[in-house]
Design a protein. Structure first.
Length: 290
């Protein structure tokens, strides 16, 4: 197993509240509200050749996520875009993962913290393939109903059950967990949207209680350009038995074939293969545009 290098023991630069600071100096107090009460939102982005794919969409989603949690990110999308580009340049890694994050600070402790400062940081680092030989198993928890949580926000607190479910899946020898929603329909994995190819048509869950991913929307567009029928609908778990191919999409995952769900196995078929190639070509075009 490769040595784990803790993220607080790395070198480089992180943009923090408008300033570029040394990586190891980008710290926060243990009594920060975001740590205790999950008043925190974040993004996940990938840069190709030094250019972030769909950068402004990600920056705007960070702002929108904050509003859903009741706070204003103190920067415009354009300012976040510029800060992101500066971080990538400072760290000198053109193909990288980028993590913007905004959280309530340490000014107040307690459930109510409306006078807390909103902090923003952006980091970047090299991160290869998120999944390898992806096999899924059923998740311990289900995605919450939209009247119980701000499900359209990329909020840190909503990922608590994702961590629990992914750890459980890994302990059983799987790569990730397949999450259902509060009604029992297929939702997503802990960190990616899911697609089923059934008799040549692409079926994907309606994103009414989880994020309509930026990569998800991109891949749907690519599929339609290729003439594939894309059907967004509620999908029951037993329908995985009807699928000939299954794949997932996400900023970290990009387009990744699913090899198995529990004891049912899948091949990398022509639809998945085509979309993997098309998405790779699209992101390379972004890199070459620089």
């Amino acid at each position: 197993m490769a040595e784990i290098i803790p993220f607080d023991a790395r070198d480089g630069y992180i943009w923090l509240n408008g300033e570029m600071v040394a990586w190891r100096d980008a710290t926060l107090h243990v009594l920060s509200h975001g740590l205790h009460y999950a008043s925190c939102v974040f993004e996940g982005e990938r840069a190709y050749g030094g250019r972030v794919f769909k950068l402004t969409e990600h920056s705007q989603r960070l702002i929108d996520s904050g509003k859903l949690l009741g706070f204003d990110v103190p920067y415009t999308a354009a300012e976040l875009d510029a800060a992101t580009e500066a971080v990538i340049a400072a760290n000198g890694v053109a193909d990288c993962y980028v993590r913007p994050v905004a959280w309530r600070g340490s000014e107040q402790m307690g459930v109510s913290a409306q006078k807390s400062k909103i902090n923003v940081a952006i980091a970047s680092w090299e991160w290869g393939a998120y999944y390898s030989d992806l096999r899924l198993t059923r998740a311990l928890y289900q995605r919450p109903a939209p009247n119980t949580a701000p499900v359209k926000s990329k909020a840190a607190g909503l990922y608590m059950i994702c961590t629990i479910c992914k750890h459980d899946a890994e302990s059983k020898g799987f790569g990730d967990a397949l999450m259902l929603d509060y009604r029992g329909y297929i939702a997503e994995t802990t960190g990616a949207n899911i697609f089923l190819v059934i008799d040549g048509a692409i079926h994907t869950p309606t994103p009414d209680c989880f994020l309509d991913g930026i990569t998800r929307r991109t891949v749907i567009g690519l599929a339609k350009e290729r003439g594939f029928e894309v059907i967004e609908r509620h999908i029951m778990p037993e329908e995985i038995d009807q699928a000939q191919e299954i794949f997932v999409t996400g900023t970290a995952a990009e387009v990744t074939p699913v090899r198995a769900i529990d004891d049912r196995h899948y091949q990398v078929g022509p639809v998945t293969g085509q979309l993997v190639d098309d998405f790779r070509a699209l992101t390379r075009a972004v890199a070459n545009a620089g």
